[in-house]
Design a protein around this ligand. Structure first.
Ligand SMILES: [Zn+2]
Ligand SMILES: [Zn+2]
Length: 83
């Protein structure tokens, strides 16, 4: 029996943690109280907002949307792929 590495989810937890508080909470942006309060995984203000760490492959691959038939990428300059 061999271990199938792709079924192991140990790597995804770190990824999720890295995404914590890299975006503003939608409730906060709308000016309404956040139901998740302090356990919210989004930032409640610019001071909580962390700089998103750029992925290792940042802008090393061509963006499939930008270089696709539409030529439009919804991420714009925030896109992690090459435009
Ligand atoms: Zn929130
Ligand atoms: Zn793009």
């Amino acid at each position: 029996m061999s271990c199938n590495a792709s079924s192991c989810s140990s790597g995804s937890l770190d990824e999720q943690r890295e995404l914590l508080k890299t975006e503003l909470c939608r409730y906060f942006e709308m000016g309404s109280p956040c139901p998740y309060s302090s356990s919210c995984k989004f930032a409640h203000g610019q001071c909580e907002l962390k700089q998103r760490q750029r992925p290792r492959n940042y802008k090393t691959k061509q963006c499939r949307s930008f270089h696709g038939p539409s030529g439009i990428c919804k991420y714009g300059s925030r896109c992690q792929f090459l435009h």
